[in-house]
Design a protein around this ligand. Structure first.
Ligand SMILES: NC(=O)c1ccc[n+]([C@@H]2O[C@H](COP(=O)([O-])OP(=O)(O)OC[C@H]3O[C@@H](n4cnc5c(N)ncnc54)[C@H](O)[C@@H]3O)[C@@H](O)[C@H]2O)c1
Length: 377
């Protein structure tokens, strides 16, 4: 029996509650400390979750922390993760890993030098639905995947997030914010990308916050809010990815993959669960046979919806990977490749040219039922 790895949270904002609460579902990890640039936020979280509040620089260097969980805003991810790596800590970061490929490469080099692991969200691809789709593809249920469509479109974040500024600044925008869920799942399902092209645009130069407590304040938009990308995968598959915050309503499905023998309809990669449907040639869509994957079981209620949320699964997998000296499913190679795909789409939008990927990665190991059970308490 190994002891739990001690997790120090840096960034006690909106998403931290999810990690403080859901990490308790998993073996091998225990949140023991937290920090924030705003000491009041750290103090409030420390009191609520019975952990130690510290200053960020002290937490990063603390001998009582094994993994730094970086939940700061995107433009702080690189600096915090690099400082943690230099202090000899393993890191699990919220997405995106970094805002540029250059920074991501520096982080990977630093981690290799220190012999520590860096991982990055999302871990939703480890959910029951996406693992069911992976199993179907691996078993050849719809033949060889040759194409697909991915749509993540809505009207923005200024209507719900209390501090939505970062979403509209460089490093935010729908491709860097929501793209990771889709691109990471596509890597899980069909592997790495060879090249990308995109058109980008911005419907409004300014957004008005309607959420509390800052309703009425304006945000200057400094990054595209509409990205229409074409991805060519190393296996030859071609996928359309549309990520937008300029769309009030649409009828496109989240994710569909087309194979030589049929199609797969995959639920929203921002969530762990849901039904995967498959069609045979000329067939009607049918749900894939049920399997008892523990990371697909609904465990949360939001308004009418009952859904599966196991954020922290990737963090638990990192801890298990450190103990077993194996590749973690959310490892930096895949996160770095995801950053290159996303920033490549933005670059293509600006330059009007295809961008060839310089990085690549392997598909993560599938997460079967027994391995998923082993991560849970
Ligand atoms: N909110 C969500 O539902 C959600 C969901 C999935 C992923 N994420 C990701 O999680 C990250 C955080 O999002 P959020 O919504 O919690 O943002 P947030 O603004 O609510 O919280 C970020 C926190 O980090 C702190 N912080 C900023 N810079 C810091 C620094 N240098 N050192 C220490 N603390 C610092 C801020 O004071 C704040 O408390 C983002 O990368 C986002 O993409 C958020």
């Amino acid at each position: 029996m190994t002891t739990s790895m001690r997790i120090g949270v840096v960034g006690c904002g909106n998403i931290s509650k999810t990690y403080f609460e859901l990490s308790k579902l998993f073996k091998g990890i225990e949140v023991t400390a937290c920090a924030d640039i705003n000491p009041e936020a750290a103090k409030a979280a420390a009191e609520k979750y019975h952990v130690k509040a510290m200053e960020p620089a002290k937490l990063i260097k603390s001998k009582d922390v094994d993994i730094v969980l970086n939940l700061t805003v995107p433009d702080q991810h690189f600096a915090i993760s690099l400082a943690a790596v230099k202090a000899g800590k393993h890191v699990y970061s919220e997405k995106p890993l970094t805002l540029s490929l250059k920074d991501g490469l520096k982080l990977r080099d630093a981690a290799a030098e220190k012999g520590v692991k860096v991982c990055c969200a999302p871990d939703t691809f480890m959910g029951g639905a996406h693992q069911r789709a992976r199993k179907a593809i691996d078993e050849g249920a719809v033949g060889r995947i040759t194409g697909g469509t991915a749509y993540v479109m809505g009207f923005g974040m200024e209507h719900w997030h209390p501090n939505p500024d970062f979403f509209f600044k460089p490093g935010g925008g729908p491709i860097l914010d929501m793209g990771p869920y889709y691109i990471t799942d596509l890597i899980n399902l069909i592997g790495p990308v060879r090249r990308v092209a995109a058109l980008t645009s911005m419907a409004q130069q300014e957004r008005t916050i309607s959420s509390q407590p800052r309703a009425g304040e304006k945000i200057a938009v400094e990054t595209p809010t509409n990205v229409l990308a074409l991805l060519e995968f190393a296996n030859g598959a071609t996928v359309t990815l549309s990520a937008s915050w300029d769309v009030w309503a649409h009828r496109h499905a989240n994710l569909e993959l087309y194979g030589t023998e049929g199609s797969l309809y995959i639920p929203d990669p921002n969530f762990f669960g849901g039904d995967v449907l498959a069609t045979a040639r000329n067939g009607k869509p049918q749900p894939l046979s049920h399997w008892d994957h523990p990371l697909g079981v609904a465990n949360q209620q939001h308004q009418e919806n009952h859904f599966a949320n196991y954020r922290s699964a990737g963090l638990a997998d990192l801890a298990a990977a450190v103990h077993a000296n194996r590749d973690a499913r959310c490892s930096i190679d895949r996160a770095l490749h995801t950053v290159e795909v996303m920033t490549g789409a933005l670059k293509s939008g600006a330059d009007g040219k295809f961008v060839e990927m310089k990085t690549t990665c392997t598909q993560p190991a599938p997460l079967g039922v027994e391995e998923a059970k082993a991560l849970l308490r």
